[in-house]
Design a protein. Structure first.
Length: 150
């Protein structure tokens, strides 16, 4: 974003260059601007600077955002005995087979991530430390395995 005073200086320089015989496109290219940008700066309403009022914007909430009660109901469903071991990608189709709709798959994933539950949901054994088997080395024949048939 170029400040208003800098814009006015650049416009004055471009106008002076064009009066001296330069073309708009070449003069704009020389300073790294497009002709369209300069044309937009020349409009009367552009003299007031940046008209975007970011501090005046109100944060809007989507109309389809889940209420707190709906969020709690969805989390309760995710943690229910029936679905506690399943990811949302399997929960949503099972609910659809039952004719129920709680939320979309992505919303359920978002709820799980926000509540810190986006981990493996299956009951699994804790990882156990494995060690390499002891290396056996034979220095003469039949030292490790006895002969068969004797």
């Amino acid at each position: 974003m170029i400040a208003l005073d800098m814009r006015l200086q650049l416009l004055a320089l471009l106008t002076e260059a064009c009066k001296a015989g330069a073309r708009w496109a070449r003069a704009c290219a020389q300073i790294g601007l497009s002709v369209r940008t300069v044309q937009r700066w020349q409009r009367p309403q552009a003299c007031s600077g940046d008209l975007r009022a970011s501090d005046q914007r109100k944060p809007c909430t989507p109309r389809n955002q889940l209420s707190e009660a709906e969020r709690m109901a969805a989390l309760e469903l995710l943690n229910s005995e029936e679905f506690k071991n399943l990811p949302p990608s399997q929960i949503v189709p099972r609910l659809a087979d039952q004719g129920r709709y709680v939320a979309s798959e992505s919303t359920l994933y978002r709820l799980m991530r926000q509540s810190g539950q986006l981990t493996h949901r299956r009951l699994e054994r804790a990882p156990q430390k494995r060690s390499k088997p002891r290396a056996l080395a034979a220095v003469k024949p039949d030292q490790i395995y006895p002969k068969s048939g004797s």
